[in-house]
Design a protein around this ligand. Sequence first.
Ligand code: PRT
Ligand code: ZN
Length: 297
Amino acid sequence: MKPRDRLRIAMQKSGRLTEPALELLNRCGLTFRQSRDKLFCFGEGEPVDLLLVRDDDIPGLIAQGVCDLGIVGRNVLNEYRLTGGLAGPALAEWRPLGFGRCRLSVAVPQELDYRDASQLQGQRIATSYPGLLGEWLRERGVDASVVTLAGSVEIAPRLGTADAICDLVQSGGTLVANQLREADVLLESEAVLAGPQALPSDERGDMIELLLKRLDGVIQVRESRLLLLQTSRGALDAVIRLLPGGPQPTLLPVAGQPDQLMLQALCAGEVSWRQLEEIKKAGAREMFVLPVEKMLA
Ligand code: PRT
Ligand code: ZN
């Protein structure tokens, strides 16, 4: 294979997305040898290499064709789509990856009684996302002045350089510490697999398809839980009605207790304490929720 016949994936060099992204790729059967400069990692088994960069550079690297795919926050990808300005192929979000979840939100001083975006008319809003904020304001017919800052956006109101901010929020702790409160959500974000809108028509396209299939399998298993419980035959219908989505459960007899059944169900997604408590109230007992390691249907 010629070197550029190999697939190249861009991901964050060091930050919130680095560890979960690498773990996900490992689970897809991709392992890498770390180079001394730690920028380029050669793929060991499959013809897939990694480029470790700042997250903000990832969409541009895909648009320029330097990388075929990237793992990046939806917030960064969508901001690039609005402000990138590079004449490259249109970028697409191919898969949501389920980590790095956060919101891009407008936050205002705690004492302000926020009702809707019209209150931002004529205000100065500090952000690192001028494209997404500008579009959101335009859609609402609000004329505000967008103050673009590279970082430390949350202290702008205290410094008097802005009246409100638009920034990423996860727990909300940073906002509280700066006497701000989340007022409106512009975007629900998480890490995504980004790539050009059309697959390349060579071996790299085939490799991407293979990778997407593995990724789908890994994501499905990661989000699956096996629920085991015991129930009486009388309560069975009520228990089944409360089971979180998934294929039909399997029922097994319980030795020496003809009225009892053991139920096994594959659930798509987390099973919360609250759901368990509801199912128990309906008549279930001896409940177990187990993670699924591998699945071959
Ligand atoms: O060096 P490089 O440019 O690559 O890193 P970076 O500093 O730009 O990125 P990094 O590692 O901070 O974040 C990478 C991506 O993680 C972001 O683009 C988001 O998609 C995602 N993400 C998830 C977050 C957060 N959660 C998050 N909480 N990114 C940033 N934050 C910051 C936010 O900006 C604010 O300052 O954390 C603070 C808010 O957190 P809470 O919990 O106090 O609300
Ligand atoms: Zn960044």
